[in-house]
Design a binder for this molecule. Structure first.
Ligand SMILES: NC(=O)C1=CN([C@@H]2O[C@H](COP(=O)(O)OP(=O)(O)OC[C@H]3O[C@@H](n4cnc5c(N)ncnc54)[C@H](O)[C@@H]3O)[C@@H](O)[C@H]2O)C=CC1
Ligand SMILES: CC(=O)C(=O)O
Ligand SMILES: [Mg+2]
Length: 678
């Protein structure tokens, strides 16, 4: 028997696929319920079915419409610690007014929760305002991050609504740089687990552990997004093994927070239903000895597993995912460089991608194409120095190399010659032999070419960044080194001597590891640089009263939206969404390139040369519609797409534009009606 909690809703009748067919028998929405069945404007009126009642309902974050407990940070304040007494008073005061709840009167009656809640019914908007006020009282980024984690763990819709309403302010809390602190402090801050933990010592139970997550998802079948087929409950797996988290290295089990943050950005950035994403950490031990000596460390306290056992473990994980979630895209995040590249090759025949290599390469190429429009130069005429030849650096080189081949018709070898890659042992040269990693081989320069270059340190063979900049006279300088402030004044000024519009992308995260502060880069190039950073930066105010920047030629004031954030988060959500909607067999390089072009074409700098090179990351959701559309079209053109409904839309057979179709598939942070099922 079914009890409808909102029988009176005017669109209730058309909220279900049809009066006689159940949603389960009609099929899917995420890729099934056809476009004419659910329109974008109706999707949020479709009830979510559940058999949970009372406190069980309130304690289920994906169904809860009320912030049930005091969020993290308000509880255990120690009044003996300076400042805590005042804060405790303040925060208690802020919690005193009615907590208010979004459950309607009818829902309260049907689900037996009236007695669990204060009387007044508060809208989501009002709840979001209260949550925002509470968050502002958190005194540090890490406590703000913890507040958000706690909210997410109590009321999913409210968490996403708050994030969406304040994306500009909160991205740096949830994601880089805030996520770096949260990952590093995981074991000490731990409250409740979010995500999926697959640990090597428990590997025999791996399948059962994944199945538990699956049945957890299926327990509350969502008519709007589920097919009713338990094997179609997960669209996306975001997995890390934590070896190279952002720029802070091996973080063991704490890496789960990078998976959960990246997962949240899929929802915020591309509307992927958060309940259909599985964030995973593969706990294979850690080589971070500080974690070993921490008695509170929660992961597997062993040195990092390597070799055959590690490979078999990852293989087993991928196999289990393919069996249990056959349609899911698998997103690899923050693996160490050698493994990241090996797995990209090994699993290239399934729908997977490596975000640090491919996502980063794609966003960097999009920013570069926009910068070239501003500078009026062509891709083939660039001399590109990459500082930090790891996953991201080589991913960027590979993507730009693809661009040189596809857009400029260069051969692979000619394209590779445009790059000079400097790593911790200096410029990559052929004589480095076995010390070169596989992904670096194509970019090693012949020793003959560089043997007479002057060295900063003549005692050494290695050529350092300054030596390379002096000889190469780069037009493009990209930082993925984790070497904070390494693009110093001397280097930037040297580059700017030989180049009208130096293109400088200091892409290392978090903020503290950025290779150059945009404000300095602008000052040292007399405002000529085209800059894009990996982490967010505050507005660069170069004019009026600033004595440190005396020789400005170009924009006197750089508004916040003028420093582009060249972060893979601007493209990976749409890449994933496109691949999911198309149910693409693989994620091909042509799909990536289609995404690059779509993103580059949205650059504000195309219409205003003084504007940001890329759209604001806070606008990622709108950006994602166009980028996902390009990815889907390419998947269909390549014969890679398998979803019939999507293919028909692309072929124009459904009378709906692909963009509208994509919007209709995007999950929104709104309270949908609940329907009680037995
Ligand atoms: N903006 C974005 O979208 C992205 C930024 N990144 C950032 O890029 C940085 C590198 O990340 P991954 O490539 O994943 O790490 P990785 O560990 O694979 O690569 C880092 C490379 O830098 C080299 N390196 C370290 N210190 C150096 C020094 N002093 N001089 C020259 N080279 C040095 C290392 O030997 C290594 O090859 C991180 O800060 C990460 O947060 C990574 C992915 C995306
Ligand atoms: C952005 C990102 O993926 C990284 O810094 O690793
Ligand atoms: Mg990463």
């Amino acid at each position: 028997m079914t009890h409808l909690a909102r029988l009176s809703h005017p669109l209730r009748a058309c909220a279900r696929p049809s009066s006689s067919r159940s949603a389960r028998s009609t099929g899917r929405l995420a890729r099934g319920l056809t476009a004419e069945v659910i329109r974008a404007e109706d999707k949020n009126l479709i009830p979510i079915r559940t058999n949970l009642k009372g406190s069980a309902l309130l304690n289920t974050p994906r169904l809860n419409k009320s912030p049930a407990n005091a969020p993290f940070g308000f509880g255990p304040l120690d009044p003996t610690v300076t400042g805590h007494a005042e804060r405790a008073t303040e925060t208690t005061a802020s919690l005193t007014p009615s907590q208010g709840a979004g459950f309607t009167r009818e829902e309260r009656a049907v689900f037996g929760i009236e007695g669990f809640l204060p009387y007044d019914v508060h809208s989501l908007e009002k709840q979001a305002l209260r949550a925002w006020n509470q968050l502002l009282k958190q005194p540090s980024v890490i406590l703000k991050h913890a507040f958000l984690a706690s909210l997410r763990d109590q009321n999913q819709v409210l968490f996403y609504r708050l994030m969406q309403d304040h994306l500009k302010e909160l991205l740096g809390v949830l994601y880089t740089p805030g996520a770096a602190e949260a990952v590093a402090g995981y074991s000490s801050l731990f409250r409740r687990p979010i995500g999926c933990f697959i640990s090597f010592p428990n590997q025999d139970g791996m399948r059962a552990q994944l199945e538990s997550h699956l049945s957890d998802v299926n327990r509350t079948a969502d008519v709007a997004y589920d097919s009713g087929n338990p094997n179609d409950a997960i669209d996306l797996v975001v997995v890390t093994d934590s070896e190279a988290i952002l720029g802070i290295g091996d973080q063991g089990v704490g890496g789960i927070t990078i998976s959960t943050s990246k997962a949240a950005l899929y929802t915020l950035g591309a509307g992927i239903n958060p309940n259909r994403i599985l964030p995973v950490v593969l706990d294979v031990g850690t080589d971070n000895h500080a974690l070993f000596s921490d008695p509170l460390y929660m992961g597997w306290k062993r040195t990092r597993l390597r070799g055959r056992n590690y490979d078999q473990f990852v293989d087993r994980f991928i196999r289990s995912c393919r069996e249990l979630f056959p349609n899911a895209v698998i997103h690899f995040e923050d693996f160490g460089m050698a493994n990241a590249h090996r797995f990209m090759e090994k699993y290239k025949d399934i729908p997977m991608f490596n975000d640090d290599i491919q996502g980063t390469g794609a966003v960097a190429l999009a920013a570069l194409l926009a910068a070239l429009k501003v500078s009026g130069t062509s891709l083939k005429d660039q001399r590109i120095v990459i500082y930090g030849a790891g996953s991201a650096g080589m991913g960027i080189a590979d993507q730009i190399k693809d661009g040189l081949m596809i857009l400029e018709g260069l051969s692979k070898e000619e394209a590779a010659r445009r790059f000079y890659c400097v790593d911790r042992n200096g410029l990559l040269v052929e004589s480095m032999g076995n010390a070169l990693r596989h992904a670096q081989l194509a970019y090693a320069r012949p020793d003959e070419e560089v043997k007479d270059w002057p060295r900063e340190n003549p005692e050494q063979d290695a050529l350092w960044l300054m030596d390379v900049v002096k000889e190469v006279k780069p037009t493009v300088l990209i930082g993925t080194s984790t070497h904070s402030r390494s693009f110093n004044e001397e280097i930037v000024r040297e580059m700017a001597k030989h180049c009208e519009r130096p293109i400088i992308f200091p892409m290392s995260n978090p903020t503290a590891l950025c290779e150059v502060d945009p404000e300095d880069a602008m000052a040292w190039t007399d405002g000529r640089a085209l800059v894009a950073t990996g982490s967010p930066f505050s507005p660069v105010d170069l004019g009026n009263g600033k004595t440190s920047t005396p020789t400005l030629a170009l924009p006197l004031t750089l508004r916040p939206d003028q420093v582009a954030q060249t972060n893979n988060a601007l493209i990976y959500p749409a890449l994933g969404l496109g691949a999911i909607l198309a149910r693409s067999r693989t994620i091909s390089s042509s799909m990536l390139m289609a995404g690059v072009h779509a993103l580059a074409s949205l650059s504000p700098a195309l219409t205003n040369p003084e504007a940001s090179l890329l759209p604001d990351l806070a606008d990622v959701r709108a950006v994602s519609v166009d980028v996902a559309a390009a990815v889907v079209r390419q998947a269909v053109a390549d014969g890679n797409a398998q979803d019939e409904a999507t293919i028909k839309i692309v072929q124009g057979k459904e009378g709906q534009s692909l963009e509208d179709y994509i919007r209709s598939r995007m999950w929104d942070a709104v309270y949908r009606p609940l329907e009680l099922v037995d």
